[in-house]
Design a protein around this ligand. Sequence first.
Ligand code: FES
Length: 144
Amino acid sequence: MYTQKVMDHFSNPRNVGEIENASGVGTVGNARCGDIMRMYIDVDENQVIKDVKFKTFGCGAAVATSSMATELVKGKTVTEALQITNKAVLEALDGLPPVKVHCSLLAEEAIHAALWDYAEKHNIIIEGLKEPKKDIHEDEITEE
Ligand code: FES
């Protein structure tokens, strides 16, 4: 039911941990399942994400999507990172079962939350970035 890539990122997640004095930290949750994801980004003076770490207290799909999200975000500028959607994370993992697609929304929103925190702390505006939701449950993708 899970692809090899999902199993790989679940069993051997990349970039787990915290960054001390991170440029931005974002925490999001899903009140329905109770899962929480926290993402830390370290951004240099050129607005490039040099390092990224995450902690996920959640299901296997949430761990795999956060792990893949960190891989996609690393080395990107903050503007490029904003373009990484849950669909991109899903594609990179070769998909998730439909009932688990909502878990990937946590990853997308955690990226946005970390970018938002970075932008606020450094008094900059990232074009197109909206204030992230703390609880993604409300506009979850409807699962067929
Ligand atoms: Fe909650 Fe997967 S079941 S994020």
